[in-house]
Design a protein around this ligand. Structure first.
Ligand code: SAM
Length: 231
C-alpha cells in the first residue's frame, strides 16, 4: 500500500518512517510512505499557503491552489488503482477498528494534513473522499493524526506483524477488549499470576481468556458489546 501524505511539515515523518516495524514493512516492500510539501506548489514569491477567511473569524486558512496542484501532481505520478483521499479533521468520522479494516482495501491512501484553522472548503468538496478524526480534541496539525492512521492501517497489512494471528485476539477485533496478560516472574512482590494459566489446560485457559475479555469490556466499554456478546 502507498501512503501519500500532503503536509507542510514532511520532516515530521522521517523518524516515523525509519523506526521499528514501519521501517521493516517499507524495507520488505509491503508499504511505502511518500510525503509532498504543498508549499512547493505555491506560485507567488513568498510561497504563501494561507490567507484570512472570508467573512471574518480568527486565524488563517489553507488556500486551495497549492493543495489542488500538489494533489493533481501526485495523482498523475501514481499507478495504484484503488485510491482514496482523506482529510484528517476534527469534523470527520472518529477513527475506529472497523474504519481501519475498511481502509486496508485501498492500494493508495492520500492523506491531507491541515494546519492553522484548516483548509478551504473547496478542497474538501472537490478532492477529499472522507474526513477522519482521531478523537474529540484539537491538535496543531494533521501530521500526528496521519501517523496514527498510517500505523493503525499498516498493522493489518499482511506480513507487517511477525505473527498475523495476534491481530485476532487483539482489542476491538471481536468488539471486545483484550484479556489481562502476564509474563515471568510467576510471583512478584506477593502478586501472583492466575493459577489457570499454568498446567497446560488449553480449554480452561481459552475459557478464562474469553471470560476476562467479556468482563473487562462490560466494565470499561459496554458500548462495544453487541447482542451476541451479552451473557
Ligand atoms: N479549526 C479547526 C476546527 O475547529 O475544527 C481545527 C484546526 S486544527 C488547529 C489544524 C489541523 O489539525 C486540522 O485542519 C486537522 O488537519 C488537524 N487536526 C487537529 N485535530 C485533529 C483531530 N482530532 N483529528 C484529525 N485531525 C486533526
Amino acid at each position: 500500500m502507498l501512503f501519500d501524505v500532503l503536509t507542510l511539515f514532511p520532516d515530521l515523518f522521517e523518524n516515523f518512517k525509519s523506526e521499528s516495524l514501519i521501517q521493516k514493512a517499507i524495507g520488505n516492500g509491503i508499504l511505502d510512505i511518500r510525503t509532498t510539501n504543498f508549499r512547493d506548489y505555491t506560485q507567488d514569491k513568498h510561497h504563501t499557503v494561507d490567507d484570512y477567511p472570508f467573512g471574518g473569524g480568527s486565524g488563517m486558512l489553507l488556500k486551495p491552489e497549492p493543495i489542488f496542484l500538489a494533489h493533481e501532481d501526485l495523482m498523475r505520478k501514481t499507478e495504484e488503482k484503488r485510491s482514496h483521499t482523506i482529510y484528517m479533521s476534527p469534523s470527520g468520522q472518529t477513527l475506529n477498528h472497523k474504519k481501519v479494516i475498511e481502509l486496508t482495501s485501498y492500494d493508495h491512501l492520500v492523506i491531507l494534513c491541515g494546519r492553522y484553522e484548516g483548509v478551504d472548503q473547496r478542497v474538501i468538496d472537490e478532492l477529499v473522499d472522507e474526513e477522519i478524526s482521531i478523537g474529540d480534541y484539537v491538535l496543531f496539525g494533521g501530521e500526528l493524526p496521519a501517523m496514527v492512521l498510517i500505523e493503525a492501517v499498516s498493522r493489518h497489512l499482511k506480513g507487517v506483524l511477525g505473527n498475523d494471528e495476534s491481530l485476532l485476539s487483539e482489542s476491538f477485533s471481536n468488539d471486545l477488549l483484550e484479556y489481562p496478560q502476564y509474563t515471568k516472574p510467576r510471583e512478584y512482590r506477593g502478586l501472583n499470576v492466575p493459577e489457570v494459566l499454568f498446567g497446560g489446560n488449553h480449554k480452561a485457559i481459552a475459557q478464562w481468556k474469553e471470560e476476562q475479555s467479556l468482563k473487562r469490556t462490560e466494565e470499561r466499554r459496554p458500548d462495544l458489546l453487541s447482542k451476541t456478546h451479552k451473557p
